[in-house]
Design a protein around this ligand. Sequence first.
Ligand code: GDP
Length: 424
Amino acid sequence: MVTAVVGANWGDEGKGKITDMLAENSDIIIRYQGGANAGHTIVNHYGKFALHTMPSGIFYSHTTSIIGNGVALNVPVFFREMQSIIEKGVPKPRVLISDRAQMVMSYHILLDTCEEERLAGRSFGSTRSGIAPFYSDKYAKIGIQVSELSDMDALRAKVENICTLKNVVLTNLYHKEPLRPDDIMEELRTYQKMLEPYVCDTSAFLDRAIREGKNILLEGQLGTMKDPDHGIYPMVTSSSTLAAYGAIGAGIPPYEIKKVVAVTKAYSSAVGAGEFVSEIFGDEADELRRRGGDGGEYGATTGRPRRMGWYDAVASRYGCRLQGATDVALTVLDVLGYLDEIPVCVAYEIDGVKTTEFPTTVRLAKAKPVYSYLPGWKCEIRGIRKYEDLPENCRNYVEFIEKKIGYPITMISNGPGRDDIIYR
Ligand code: GDP
């Protein structure tokens, strides 16, 4: 059976933890979109890890981890991560890389960085990982597939064409040194050697696995609000963050995805620019940021302080709907135990009219949050394993959110560890 674990919000919902947890009963874990621009934080008995490229299943020796064709593969980051987990005592994971995955090249990162510098204050808040230039090239049909590394001679002509195109922008717009085809070929030869042991037809591998009845997890990156079609365009990422894309980015039939776990955090956070209706500021935000997540809400990739806000039921309902949630995992609930009263954004007011439908970006910019205030539970809930044992106000908070979003909350995460989970 195929299960997708995806974000219902802006990312950083705790998908890594949920995937790591579900991976225990899975055979295969697949990353199907995105690149090293976002990170998952995982805490387990080996230590604390920030993964950017590796699937979150690598900590179990019984699993196979797959980097699907939809991923923006940063080869040096992949190897650095592999090295660092082995150094921390994790047994060498079994990882397969799709022969149809494309590689993030050094010039993608260079172009991303140059563009962010050029835009300065008007920037998209990119992590400068080359993701937007990478996906632009993929769809402009000048990206480089892993499979192409098997024919270096054919690649040479392609690389020369790429250099011609990129150098116009690099030298004229950004006033940088031009790319040299020899350097790019050298980069590709290095990647070829590094990747060789891992590359295969992962779609065919998955087809067999599905037929054999294996348990397969699709691991999404970021969340619905960052989807290029359904999110807060243009402040989005460059590949689809939706479960539906899992079929394409992994190369499996769409009807095989039987379960979609949409992960939503008990409060909101976002990184980068973009509309964020329930955002809070000042001391109120600082306190939540400091107490949030596991050791504060700071980006796993960049270390940037995350923007903070109260739970947004409008965005989350929409987020779950677009993901096609069959299950909702509500995470980081333990963090809210310090509050006397907890605001939940239940509607938006746009031009004086209340709505619970998540609008397009132009209208979103005018939206003001409408809050309901729920009583806090004022105690530590970590360590609790049964739903009935949660304080009444805490259960009320969960049930209030469930009613507002309209999808079943079947898992509640009340701590960063694998066992900090309550099933309903
Ligand atoms: P992802 O990209 O969706 O995996 O999200 P992050 O890596 O940003 O994870 C969110 C952070 O919250 C990480 O530091 C996790 O260890 C932590 N975390 C996950 N679930 C919980 C939880 O239930 N409670 C607490 N306190 N921290 C959690």
